[in-house]
Design a binder for this molecule. Structure first.
Ligand code: ITT
Length: 187
């Protein structure tokens, strides 16, 4: 079974394929089918996007909306993560947190996958908690917020971990694990 993944971000496809690699007979393929990003929660964006793209292509489809939430900034950038990454960038986030320490640097990534087929739409969620680093730290892996996020239990940022390592513990891994259970139950 081929599942199409409507995204403009090839990193998501790479991570999805690593996470789903042990699932025989399933492959994920990128399609570029833009969908309107409604202003709302990750859940609302994914649900709307999955239905929208399914109506266009009439094949099993996933869309996925993710966000980076800093607790002491009341969840900012959250649903504005894409815009903030493109404008303030990671330096901007670090600047906002320059006088914050300890738990005031708590942050999490959240992913919501919307899957739609002829039976309708289903959502699968994953969260990974951690802290914002004090400086940008990267070994060239990952993307976007990965170079300022240290997952709990780790000393390295996601951008200092190989994609395979990030994909053992990430928000995306957790959401895709839920999706995997659903696929397995579908038979
Ligand atoms: P789509 O085409 O799938 O929407 P996107 O990159 O715009 O791709 P999102 O809207 O889901 O993805 O993500 C919002 C922002 O969060 C955006 O800047 C992403 O690059 C970033 N992001 C998403 N997943 C991430 C991850 O695992 N690590 C770091 N940053 C991530």
């Amino acid at each position: 079974m081929k599942i199409y993944f409507a995204t403009g971000n090839p990193n998501k496809i790479k991570e999805a394929n690593i996470i789903l690699k042990d699932l025989k007979g399933i492959s994920v393929e990128q399609i570029k089918c833009p969908y309107p990003e409604v202003q709302g929660t990750l859940e609302e964006v994914s649900e709307f996007g999955a239905k929208y793209v399914y109506e266009k292509i009439e094949k099993p489809i996933i869309v996925e909306d993710s966000g980076f939430f800093v607790e002491s900034l009341n969840g900012f950038p959250g649903t504005y993560s894409k815009y903030v990454q493109e404008t303030l960038g990671n330096e901007g986030i670090l600047k906002l947190l320059e006088d914050k320490e300890g738990d005031d640097r708590n942050a999490y990534f959240k992913t919501v996958i919307g899957y739609c087929d002829e039976k309708g739409v289903k959502l699968f969620k994953g969260i990974v908690k951690g802290k914002v680093s004090y400086e940008i730290r990267s070994k060239g892996y990952g993307f976007a917020y990965d170079s300022i996020f240290i997952p709990d239990g780790e000393d390295r940022t996601f951008a200092e971990m190989k994609t395979e390592e990030k994909s053992e513990i990430s928000h995306r891994k957790k959401a895709f694990e839920e999706f995997k259970k659903f696929l397995c139950n579908m038979g």
